[in-house]
Design a protein around this ligand. Structure first.
Ligand code: NAD
Length: 501
């Protein structure tokens, strides 16, 4: 059974599905006034050697809409034999893909970028349904940036010698295993695939288990663009599938984005076999507000830094350092601004904060809020707005009275929870900001250019934003220090990881 839904029919249909009166798994959603049918299959397949195939494991698992708890589809659970088939397909495709004239490779990347743009509305809706993020973010950030990554890297295909000065003919690394998380599903796939393909590599991609739907839609796009079979293979599954990819002897390079804990395990496995590796891991980034900053602008930067994508952002500005003299003003304004944020239906274009990606992640976030409260922090949360009865929700939250030793100041929460601390001098701000096992990103808010450059230079962070936060662009390298990983994605630096020395 397949239904086409107008915007107003959505709740009705969901109520129907929840009551067991209709199939929740195969349906179409079309927001008025345009009709954008989003067809979700009952079950997905793997994409291996240019074909959609059943998993050899013959196993599937459910992916749900975290805003409704309704099952959207059954996702193929690839096992080691599926990974093996995908690696073989990637190996077979490597030579012809590498030998293709660079300008021809570029044409495929341009085609993929354009097709993502053409199917952008459908991809945005699917991303919000599967992952819980507000549609305005999927529509304005995730999908356009995914297309931008393919456009940007298409332009690099025939200019790679400039990325590797001194090399006449840069060569690809080979077969790349790429493992991505659930917070920016399609965008992370684009970050990984575009540079790898531009450099002539072939790929086996493993999406995150809670958000595989847009990756499989991307597989359709690759097929539509007639990308040669085996150049990209997509094997869905959970941690065991990722592990099988990491452990496969036929993989020349692993690129991983995810938790520091899993990153460390992968680093050990790759070191043992001498497999090349780049790691994009967790963070606990500092957002520093000086008293001379444009305060209202900085408040928007704080909001963007911690509440964008429900705080499921590796570089979230989750530690706020405020110069002591303006702490009361910042706290008051932040509380006021927080109350204006709308939490709810990710498919509503007015929603600011969508659903938490999974029940498991919600439990983790709630534990951290309780830990902060137990350690004596004051928890600020707007309570006026009712939350939907079904789904996984967390109101925007900030905590004051936080000490650097508190758990909420040290550990990555990966949710919409901000730890607010103060400082007296730039020296103190820098040393507190650097007092973290992570080193992914930071923000500085000041009207003084000299202070901006001085502080930015001394912060141990891969990315430092000044008077802005969470800005991404394919031309800028992104990556971390310390436990936030190594290697860069984006820019010329991102290409080097996919070229052999
Ligand atoms: P996760 O490490 O649990 O999972 C990430 C991916 O790794 C998933 O596809 C998962 O299936 C797979 N995986 C799990 N166990 C594995 C194993 N043993 N071997 C191989 N693969 C395995 O992380 P998550 O919860 O999905 O994502 C959240 C984390 O990702 C956060 O810590 C966040 O900071 C980090 N992250 C970092 C960046 C960055 O660029 N630095 C970007 C986004 C997310």
């Amino acid at each position: 059974m397949r239904k086409v839904l107008g915007r107003g029919k959505y709740d009705e249909f969901m109520a129907d599905a929840l009551a067991g009166n209709s199939s929740p798994t195969t349906w179409e959603y079309s927001p008025a006034p345009e009709t954008v049918p989003v067809v979700i299959p009952d079950q997905t397949q793997l994409y291996v050697g240019g074909k959609f195939v059943e998993p050899r494991s013959k196993k599937w698992f459910a992916t749900i809409n975290p805003a409704t708890e309704v099952t959207l589809s059954q996702i193929a659970d690839g096992d080691a034999s599926d990974v093996d088939a995908a690696v073989s397909a990637a190996r077979k495709a490597l030579k012809p893909w590498e030998k293709l004239p660079a300008s021809e490779r570029a044409k495929y990347l341009y085609r993929i970028a354009r097709r993502i743009q053409e199917r952008a509305r459908e991809l945005a809706i699917l991303e919000s349904m599967d992952g819980g993020k507000p549609i305005k973010e999927s529509r304005d950030v995730d999908i356009p940036l995914a297309a931008q990554h393919f456009f940007h890297h298409a332009g690099w295909c025939d200019k790679l010698r400039y990325a590797m000065p001194g090399t006449r003919e840069p060569r690809p690394v080979g077969v790349c295993g790429q493992i991505i998380p659930w917070n920016f599903p399609l965008l992370m796939a684009a970050w990984k695939l575009a540079p790898a393909l531009a450099c002539g590599n072939t790929v086996v991609l493993k999406p995150a288990e809670t958000t595989s739907l847009t990756a499989m839609r991307l597989a359709e796009i690759l097929q539509e663009c007639e990308l040669p079979p085996g150049v990209v293979n997509i094997v869905t599954g959970a941690g065991a599938t990722g592990k099988a990819l990491v452990d496969h002897a036929g993989v020349d390079k692993i690129a991983f984005t995810g938790s520091t804990e899993v990153g460390k395990q992968i680093a050990k496995a790759c070191a043992a076999r001498g497999t090349r590796l780049t790691l994009e891991l967790g963070g606990k980034s500092a957002n520093i507000i000086f008293a001379d900053a444009a305060i209202d602008q900085a408040i928007e930067g704080i909001v963007q830094g911690i509440w964008f994508n429900q705080g499921h952002v590796c570089c979230a500005g989750s530690r706020l350092f405020v110069e002591e003299s303006i702490l009361p003003e910042v706290t008051r304004k932040l509380e006021m601004r927080m109350k204006t944020l709308r939490v709810g239906d990710p498919l509503d274009k007015n929603t600011d904060i969508g659903a938490i990606n999974s029940k498991q992640q919600l439990t983790i976030i709630e534990r951290y809020i309780a830990a902060g409260s137990n350690e004596g922090c004051t928890v600020w949360q707007p309570s006026e707005q009712a939350l939907p009865a079904k789904g996984y929700w967390c109101r925007p939250t900030f905590m004051t009275g936080v000490q650097p030793a508190h758990i909420v100041a040290r550990e990555e929460i990966f949710g919409p929870v901000l730890a607010v601390m103060s400082f007296r001098t730039p020296e103190e701000a820098i040393s507190r900001a650097n007092n973290s096992p992570y080193g992914l990103a930071a923000g500085i808010w000041t009207e003084k250019g000299s202070k901006m450059f001085d502080v930015a230079r001394r912060l141990q962070a891969g990315v430092v934003w000044c008077n802005t936060y969470n800005q991404f662009d394919a031309t800028s390298p992104f990556g971390g220090f310390k436990e936030s990983g190594f290697g860069r994605e984006g820019g010329m630096q991102g290409l080097a990881a996919y070229l052999s020395e």
